[in-house]
Ligand binder design. Sequence first.
Ligand code: CA
Length: 409
Amino acid sequence: MARHGTILIPMTAAAGLCAAVLFGTASHVLAACQPPAAFPKWLQGFKQQAVAQGISPRTVSAALDGVSYDPATIAKDRGQAVFAQSFLQFSNRMVSSNRLQVGAQLLKKYSGTFAKIQQQYGVPGPVLVAFWGLETDFGKVMGNMESIRSLATLSFDCRRPEKFSAELLDALRVIERGDLSPREMRGPAHGEVGQFQFQPSTYYNYAVDFDGDGRRDLIRSAPDSLASAANYLRSIGWQPNQPWLEQVRVPADLPWDQADVTIKRPRLFWAKHGVTYLNGQPLPGDNVSTSLVLPMGRNGPAFLTYPNFDIYTEWNNSLVYSLTAAYYATRLAGAPPLAKGNGPVAVLSAAETKEIQQLLAKRGFDVGKIDGVVGAATRNAIRATQIKYGMPADAYPTAELLSRLRAGR
Ligand code: CA
């Protein structure tokens, strides 16, 4: 559950260590890092702080004695490269026929567990299995870096020390509680742990023991992992017996500027404008709150999202990831395969998208980070420009928009 703004694929980078180097962007410059040689002294101070926070000296010592600075963690953190992937690219890759098959098998295998979870937390099995598949291939790929070492290194590092110090303290609390030993805690570079890649704070606050062995074991126990994910989802607002996402068909004309994940409309609004289910059946003309989401513009796949979809963007604030996880869950729950939409969609390269962002920024729009990834700010700027040009305002970047921006009209 990486709460990144975009789908991030870590790459090895030549960023090097940051002794006395300033890292930052034009808008905010961060404090200078200390050289790695200062790590042991920092660690001594952190241990005292942990004991002062009520963690036993025994746990602090078991987890942190002999822990060293990890250059590999820093290289991964600095090297996070952003790759823009279209919804179809990402969802086709992630929701493979194999993942659909294995997901269906696991729903059967753990049907008793899922029934109990549904009863206790109100979260359906397919929703959990979809996250399970996307996060770790159902517990098969959980990462192999030492979480405590990664968290200590990132706490010492100058970029987000408060965030990671808090996570490290919660990791110690998870150990203190007897859920996991320090050696068992392994994962990707930012301290995420277990079959659902919980951050330590999520682990500490939401993990439950569902198989009754007295430990909350999110590494080896599937029932503990599934129920913990359900407990977390329910705690952040999942509404039982409510939909999260449905594929729909959109007509040739719509008030496209209303199609955005942040704009809520009663389902009646879309029904009136001719949005239907995939099979052509009309939508109910009721007041259920929905958003029309077009991840690839008006010619691409179309979805209605429901209030439960907000829980997906809380899990991971990438819209492409969230739509993929939500769509995967609908497939496991019996929905038909993806309908590509009304026509082929040309996907701009990251460089072209970046150029659109630069041209919009030059015109005074806030487009967020100029990185070739279309987030909420870029969508808003594109929509406003489409309206100005009299183009269908679906907030999707196209070659036509780029050429008009280049022409400066
Ligand atoms: Ca257990």
